[in-house]
Design a protein around this ligand. Structure first.
Ligand code: RUQ
Ligand code: CUA
Length: 630
């Protein structure tokens, strides 16, 4: 492993021997702590132990589901390092309290973050940005990985339940997005649910990303039948021009009281829908379709030759493109198989117009012409990841396991069971999984994180609302090995894992770093700090520096509009300051070199202390002042 191997090994052996000795003293298994056992536990401990002061090999970014956040952990230790607030205010970093982040959040105080996507260059993670979707409110967000902060939240018009996001194309030209719960088009129109099949629509979206600064905008939308569009992925290599989404409820039924789980499970197969994003881009540029709510909206007839359905059994969930881009792997929640499609066969079927039918102007490729194989993986297959060594790993929700299987080529007439290599039970009921650099064209493999929906008491009890579990699995051998149980706040969906050395963070915002836009309200010395009144508007330029907030007295009149711009003029790592104003629900956190602004109405008269919330020096307590409201 590394040069720490020997002393680490020694330490672990000591720890394990010690534990065994303790247990064997009374011969009983303690209710806390499991029996330290054989060499498996010792080697798992060795594989995940990062000594104090040492650093992990990978960053793991997992979505926080309806917490609206992203969690950051190190792998292999699985230690939680930080939380990145995205769709939800987070007082820990002052997110959602200053003017800029408040504006970004709009009226929303939560989101449902599902699928983080690292930006890519030539289908490799490049460590620049991290994108994530809000499944509830039709938004996508961008985080800058230089400072791990959310920089943009884009609301996508017409999309309802933005689940098939965010998956990036080869060079992050586009991010996928799609409607999960079809609604009338355009959004805001009322149609009764009895008109579901005719007047409700799905929408597929290409979100454009500016290659310079990552700024997102809506590129184009495509109106598709009222199905539920679920997961997505973007192609690579031979499939590089294509985006893929699974869909279910191709029955197009939403019957009041009839249970969608029943009505949407009648047909034997639903679909993967594939869109050639380069052709869609051209069509949008040449003015195809029409502008609706400021967005270029096209129908399948406008992009002939750029949109197809592929049949897939049954209530499809995950669609995943292999590292080489040749194989498209789709899983149906109600089918015990995972289906592998061949991009070469898909291209041939398109060229030969080998269609089984045409649905709402979208040709359906003949299933048997494009399918390579159905792999009998087990019950409830959801998502698939890859290790770069020709193997695939599929999560089995119903079976509560991860299955390892071999990607093509397959021998003609072979028993497909022989390509199912091994299985490992997880605790419990896995949703997504994630391998190291798993969505790039050269996955590292090595580690797999199982993102389990249920943890059912594999930790100290915390009452009925229990955390989710994330299990680290060693996938270097044919047989997978569980290394570690980690627990998270609700509720991780997907995750991505990137080599730690690809991420280049800043330690402070240097005063003259041209990367960051200059803040016009910044003041860099106590002398420049000021209070200016214009009518009922009071503008304060404040400096925060150990251990002083200047000005330390602000006098206003009741009803004034007050804006405070605070600059933390420290240029030393980890010297954060806060600005809390008592009883005004204000809490900023300002990193070294950063300026933040807060605007509020001084609507309560009296004297209100303000202070620094981040413990910053021995005299942190003294870092305070008063807002006097006359
Ligand atoms: S989902 S458990 Cu939101 Cu990605 Cu599959
Ligand atoms: Cu500054 Cu505490």
């Amino acid at each position: 492993m590394n040069d720490q191997f020997n002393w680490k090994m020694g330490l672990i052996i000591l720890m394990v021997v010690g534990a065994i000795t303790l247990i064997s003293c009374d011969g009983k298994k303690s209710s806390r702590g499991r029996r330290a056992g054989g060499s498996d536990q010792a080697s798992a401990a060795l594989a995940t132990y990062i000594a104090p002061g040492d650093l992990d090999e990978y960053y793991l970014f997992y979505s926080g589901g309806h917490s609206g956040n992203i969690f950051v952990a190190g792998v292999p230790s699985m230690r939680h390092i930080s939380t990145i607030p995205v769709f939800t205010p987070y007082p820990g970093t002052g997110y959602g309290f200053d003017d800029e982040s408040k504006k970004m959040l709009g009226k929303f105080t939560w989101g449902d973050s599902h699928h983080p996507a690292l930006s890519e260059t030539k289908s490799e993670y490049d460590g620049r940005w991290l994108f994530i979707n809000d499944n509830a409110n039709g938004r996508v967000a961008r985080i800058d990985l230089r400072d791990f902060k959310t920089k943009q939240i884009l609301k996508i018009p017409n999309v309802s339940g933005n689940h098939g996001a965010t998956f990036v194309t080869e060079n992050t030209e586009y991010i996928t997005s799609a409607t999960r719960m079809s609604t009338p088009f355009p959004s805001g129109v009322y149609k009764d649910i009895t008109q579901y099949a005719t007047d409700y629509k799905g929408v597929l979206v290409g979100v454009k990303v500016d290659p310079k600064d990552g700024e997102m905008s809506v590129g184009w939308e495509i109106i598709v039948p009222p199905f539920n569009y679920d997961l997505g992925d973007a192609g690579k290599g031979p499939s590089v021009d294509w985006m893929f989404w699974t869909c279910y409820n191709s029955e197009r039924e939403f019957i009041e009281g009839a249970k969608l789980e029943v009505t949407a499970s009648q047909r034997d197969k639903d679909y993967i829908v594939m869109v050639n994003w380069k052709k869609a881009e051209q069509a949008a540029k040449s003015g195809k379709g029409k502008m609706v709510n400021g967005t270029r909206v096209m129908y399948p007839a406008d992009i002939k030759g750029a949109i197809y359905f592929i049949p897939l059994a049954k209530s499809p969930h995950g669609v995943d493109v292999t590292p080489d881009g040749r194989w498209i792997v789709g899983s149906g929640k109600l089918s015990p198989t995972t289906t592998v499609f061949d991009m070469e066969k898909i291209n041939k079927a398109i060229a030969d117009e080998d269609f089984s039918e045409v649905v709402d102007d979208i040709p359906v490729l003949t299933y048997t012409s494009v399918r390579e194989a159905e792999i009998p993986v087990g019950l409830g297959p959801l998502h698939t990841q890859f290790d770069g060594k020709g193997n695939a790993y599929t999560s089995l929700f119903v079976e509560s396991a991860v299955v390892k299987w071999k990607l093509p080529p397959y021998e003609a007439g072979a028993d497909m069971n022989t390509y199912v290599l091994s299985k490992i039970p997880v605790a419990y009921n896995i949703g997504h999984l994630c391998t190291a650099e798993g969505d790039s064209k050269t996955p590292d493999g090595n580690y797999l994180v199982a993102l389990n929906k249920l943890s059912k008491g594999r930790h100290l009890s915390v009452g009925p609302s229990i955390p989710e579990s994330a299990q680290l699995i060693d996938i270097t051998g044919t047989n997978m090995k569980i290394l570690y149980d980690a627990f998270t706040e609700p509720e991780p969906h997907y995750a991505q894992m990137i080599k730690a050395d690809k991420i280049k963070t800043v330690e402070v915002y240097k005063k003259d770093d041209p990367y960051w836009p200059k803040n016009p309200h910044a003041v860099w010395s106590v002398e420049e700090a000021s209070v200016t009144r214009k009518g009922r508007n009071v503008e304060v330029k404040m400096v925060a520096v150990r251990s002083f907030l200047g000005p330390d007295v602000i006098r206003v009149n009741k009803g004034d509009n007050v804006t405070i711009h605070v600059t933390n003029i420290e240029q030393i790592r980890d010297e954060l300051h806060g600005l809390a104003i008592n009883d005004y629900n204000i809490n900023l956190v300002i990193d070294p070199g950063e300026t933040k602004s807060v605007t509020f109405k001084a609507d309560k008269a009296g004297v209100f202390a303000f202070y620094c919330t981040n413990f910053c020096s021995a005299l942190h307590q003294e870092m305070q002042g008063y807002l006097l409201v006359k």
